[in-house]
Design a protein around this ligand. Sequence first.
Ligand code: SF4
Length: 87
Amino acid sequence: MIDQYDEQEGYCRMLGHRLPFRYCRSANDELPCRKIADCWYDVFPVLEFLAANYSEEELKAAFGVQPRTRMATLIEIINRARGQQNG
Ligand code: SF4
């Protein structure tokens, strides 16, 4: 369920104030903010959330993919989490 964490609130270092997760998951042209894993990893299982709610293409569009960047590694981790969920 994509809105299950919408009411969670956290401090945004980029904007300088608190905001709900609803904003973070749609801040990037309706796709997740590229900082979403850093900002939410200690609040709830955000990688599993991403794996469950976004396709690989959407994640690549959201995070950008350059060879061996941290985001490419992140997408690999999300895909692994997706594999664990499916089987
Ligand atoms: S995910 Fe993006 S918008 Fe949300 S708190 Fe982090 S930096 Fe701010």
